[in-house]
Write a protein that binds this ligand. Structure first.
Ligand code: MG
Length: 168
């Protein structure tokens, strides 16, 4: 069957601790705390990578970039997205649109939204109006509301390239 579209979803959570740089969607936030992780802990780019891999049926980010691999210690997570984008192209697809939600008590994301959307659009080589970013607080309850973690959920739609040889 030659499918025209494929959907993928990704989710990620990182614990927040004082004194760590806070990178979200490839953009540095002004905060005196940030995510704990082997890489830069960018939940949004990790969820995006998982959504892209999921749409392709190619597993998850942990299979591609193991937490135990010393190469990814402190890594810039944009490289995970770029590897997934290469896989999208290699398999005959292109990104149609992205809809992302970040769950974070503080800082407020409104001042960063346009910059993050632009950063993601550039990584995916698509127009910025194809990237939507929604921000939710934790309503001051639970792990998000207490500022213990940041979550991200991403949905992507891939569409088939016209020159695509066969379903894969
Ligand atoms: Mg992660």
């Amino acid at each position: 069957m030659n499918a025209t579209f494929r959907v993928g979803s990704g989710f990620d959570r990182h614990r927040l601790e004082p004194g760590r740089p806070f990178v979200l969607g490839g953009v540095r936030l002004d905060a005196d705390f940030g995510p704990v992780g082997r890489s830069d802990g960018d939940v949004l780019l990790h969820a995006l990578t998982d959504a892209l891999l999921g749409a392709l049926g190619l597993g998850d980010i942990g299979e591609w970039f193991s937490d135990r691999d010393p190469r990814w210690k402190g890594a810039d997570s944009t490289q995970f997205v770029l590897a997934a984008v290469d896989a999208v192209t290699d398999h005959g697809w292109r990104v149609g649109n992205v809809d992302a939600t970040v769950f974070l008590q503080q800082p407020r994301l409104s001042p960063y939204k346009a910059t993050i959307r632009d950063r993601i659009a550039r990584l995916l080589q698509i127009e910025m109006d194809r990237v939507n970013l929604k921000a939710k607080t934790g309503e001051s309850v639970g792990t998000i509301g207490r500022g213990e973690a940041v979550d991200a959920h991403v949905v992507v739609l891939l569409s088939a390239n016209e020159a695509r040889p066969a379903d894969g």
